[in-house]
Design a protein around this ligand. Structure first.
Ligand code: HEM
Length: 89
């Protein structure tokens, strides 16, 4: 069934690593966010934030600032759901 959201396997996520002009996607709590427009606003700076680009950022995020409400903050950046490789809607 279609949810209206993109279903993103790790291989697709990996392509959006924020490098060489590519946009930056990350996964937090199973949700996929395009964090490209947020990059310049991150209080911790671009280099830190780019570390989670192209991969699941949940663990690192939780280590640096578990109190930050990413779900509310990044609502407008939500583009999809993380799925296993080969999984289909
Ligand atoms: C600070 C958001 C990912 C490192 C902050 C703050 C927010 C934020 C709102 C201010 C928190 C406060 O003052 O209480 C986000 C979001 C992220 C993200 C939405 C992911 C999409 C990361 C990652 C790292 C990181 C992956 C490190 C690897 C930091 C640091 C600060 C900070 C070091 C402190 C900056 C300072 O106070 O000087 N971030 N962050 N952040 N963030 Fe992030």
């Amino acid at each position: 069934p279609s949810t209206g959201y993109l279903r993103v396997p790790p291989s697709l996520l990996k392509q959006h690593n924020g490098r060489k002009g590519k946009d930056a996607w990350t996964v937090l709590g199973g949700r996929v966010y395009n964090i490209t427009p947020y990059l310049p606003y991150h209080p911790g700076g671009v280099p830190e934030l780019i570390r989670v680009a192209g991969r699941d950022g949940s663990k690192l995020f939780g280590e640096v600032h578990p109190w930050v409400n990413w779900e509310g903050m990044l609502e407008g950046c939500l583009i999809g759901m993380a799925v296993e490789e080969g999984e289909r809607g």
